[in-house]
Design a protein around this ligand. Sequence first.
Ligand SMILES: NC(=O)c1ccc[n+]([C@@H]2O[C@H](COP(=O)([O-])OP(=O)(O)OC[C@H]3O[C@@H](n4cnc5c(N)ncnc54)[C@H](OP(=O)(O)O)[C@@H]3O)[C@@H](O)[C@H]2O)c1
Length: 316
Amino acid sequence: MKIGVIGTSWGLMHVGAFRAAGAEVAMLCGRDAHKTHEIARREGIPRATTDVSELCREVEAVVVASSDSMHHAHVLAALKAGRHVFCEKPLAMALQEANELVAAVPPSLRAVVGFPYRQLPPLIALRNWLASVAPAREVEVMLRSSFMMRTGSEGSGDFGGASHPIDAALWLTRSKPEWVQASLDGHALSLQVGLSSGARLTLSHRPTAEPGIHGSWALGGDGWEAGFFAGYQPALGGWRVSAPRAFIDGAWRDVASGVEPRPGEREPWAEAHVAAARIFLGGPGDLATFRDGAVVQSVLDAAARSQRFGQRVALE
Ligand SMILES: NC(=O)c1ccc[n+]([C@@H]2O[C@H](COP(=O)([O-])OP(=O)(O)OC[C@H]3O[C@@H](n4cnc5c(N)ncnc54)[C@H](OP(=O)(O)O)[C@@H]3O)[C@@H](O)[C@H]2O)c1
């Protein structure tokens, strides 16, 4: 399949991933002509453009890895040209935009959102394990990160990355959000989400001086608990996900092995992108649909409203 990539920065992660998955990356699109041509030359991509419609005409599938504020326009351009779409997270800047994109996908086209937690082997194993025990009642995620939480038209549509753990929590527990209560204070975020499974998701983020992303996850239900660590650790050279551990029948045990950067192997987050590309190209596995992306956006949208009105917001 001929792939076109919009976005010359994080977009290069997808260039590598789709190539490793066996696809041909035929064209690269950016805003700055000189820079885009230079990067395409360096990366061995045959063609470069600043015209999104030209890219959409020339390829069979489009990876949208432009700035969050451009996802809506770029995804619509690709869908209107009849192209399959792989969109970076978050799907859009706002719920209304996300819903418009869901409605714009014809049944003949594949349209997915990149949420690579879904392709991390320890988490796939944990999700399968969770399906074998009583439903989770509590999901707690404590994120510390050095990433800025930007918002606004030139900024982030997901407080700088909150869509990742929100999707991961919904996916792990196979549930939908029912209500949201949030407190946003500068770069600190505190979010509670009532889940259709009966669980309560508590997600807190605080900015740290230490570089990277550091996430501690704890889940619990009747008769069991489980936990793992997941995050980007520059000192290790990439992502590390600890072995998920579970306490059940009176003892702790590993549910699966963890992953971390190892010499000579692809870094785990990059490997998750390759796995996502393989699934997009027709392999088995679980990618987030646009509807899943819009559900995440509904949580982010409700979080902003909850903050504004100082109360819990029910989701439809
Ligand atoms: N999954 C992950 O772990 C992960 C990590 C990082 C980022 N992301 C997501 O990936 C996306 C890109 O992030 P980034 O950090 O690469 O952002 P960025 O540094 O702001 O780069 C945005 C890219 O989009 C291009 N672009 C912007 N407007 C355009 C337009 N109108 N037409 C054509 N190209 C346009 C820019 O081109 P110019 O440079 O020429 O202006 C640039 O190449 C974001 O949605 C972000 O949330 C995901």
